[in-house]
Design a binder for this molecule. Structure first.
Ligand SMILES: [Zn+2]
Length: 236
C-alpha cells in the first residue's frame, strides 16, 4: 500500500470513529429508555392522583355514614313511643335510612378495595421504575466508557494520519491540509476503475489521464472535490 493509500485508509478510520462517537443507535436506545421512564412516572402520578381523590371521597362517605347512623339511632329511640300511624311512619323512615346507610357502607368497601388494588399497582409501577432507572444509569456509564474508548482510538488514528501526511513532500502535505481545512471530508479518496472512491461519479477521461500520470500534484474530483489517489500508485 502506498503512503497516499495509507493516508486514505487512516482518514477513513478517523471518520468511522467520529461517526461512532456521534452514536446514532446508542442514542436511540437511551432515548427509548428515557421515554419509558417518563411514561412510568406519568402513570405513577395518575395512580397517586386517583388515590388522593379516593381519600377525599372516603372522608365524605365516612361523614355521611356517621350522620346516617346518628339519625337512625335517634329514629330508633322514638320507636314504640308513638301511636300506630306514627310508629309505621318511623318504621318506614328507619328502613329508608338503613338502606342509605347500607349503600354508603358498600360504597366505602368498594372504595377500599379499589384503593388496595391501586396500592398493588403503584408498588408494581414503582418497582418497574426503579429497574428502568437502574438500567438507564448503567447505560449512561457504559456509553460514557465506550465514548471515552472511541475518543482515544480516534485520537490515536488522527495522530497516525498526521504522521503519515508529514512524510509526504511539503507541497502535497500542505495541499491536503488546505483541502481538509475547507471542510472536504474525506480529503482524499482512491480512484477505482475510473470512479471517484468518495462520490462514486465517473471521472472525465481527461482527469483520469491526469490522475493516472505519475505526478507530484494531486487532482481533485470535479464532483465532490476530494483529492484523487491513483489506485495503482507506486510508493512516493
Ligand atoms: Zn468525487
Amino acid at each position: 500500500m502506498s503512503l497516499l493509500q495509507q493516508i486514505v485508509s487512516r482518514e477513513n478510520d478517523v471518520m468511522r470513529l467520529d461517526a461512532a462517537l456521534g452514536g446514532g443507535a446508542r442514542a436511540e436506545v437511551r432515548r427509548e429508555l428515557k421515554r419509558s421512564i417518563t411514561a412510568l412516572e406519568e402513570q405513577i402520578r395518575t395512580v397517586e392522583a386517583a388515590e388522593v381523590a379516593a381519600t377525599v371521597r372516603a372522608e365524605e362517605l365516612a361523614a355521611e355514614q356517621s350522620e346516617l347512623a346518628m339519625r337512625l339511632k335517634n329514629m330508633r329511640s322514638n320507636e314504640g313511643a308513638r301511636d300506630y300511624r306514627q310508629a309505621t311512619q318511623i318504621e318506614h323512615e328507619t328502613e329508608v335510612l338503613q338502606g342509605k346507610l347500607d349503600a354508603v357502607e358498600e360504597a366505602e368497601l368498594e372504595l377500599m378495595e379499589a384503593s388496595e388494588q391501586r396500592k398493588v399497582e403503584l408498588a408494581d409501577l414503582v418497582a418497574q421504575l426503579e429497574i428502568r432507572r437502574g438500567e438507564y444509569a448503567a447505560l449512561l456509564d457504559e456509553q460514557a466508557r465506550a465514548q471515552a474508548e472511541l475518543a482515544s482510538q480516534r485520537d490515536a488514528k488522527l495522530e497516525e494520519l498526521e504522521q503519515l501526511i508529514g512524510q509526504l513532500p511539503d507541497s502535497m502535505a500542505s495541499l491536503i491540509r488546505s483541502v481538509k481545512a475547507q471542510g472536504v471530508a474525506p480529503a482524499l479518496a482512491v480512484v477505482h476503475a475510473g470512479y471517484c472512491g468518495n462520490c462514486h461519479m465517473a471521472l472525465s477521461s481527461a482527469l483520469r489521464g491526469k490522475v493516472g500520470a505519475a505526478s507530484a500534484t494531486l487532482q481533485r474530483c470535479e464532483e465532490c472535490g476530494v483529492l484523487l489517489v491513483p489506485e495503482g500508485e507506486g510508493d512516493l
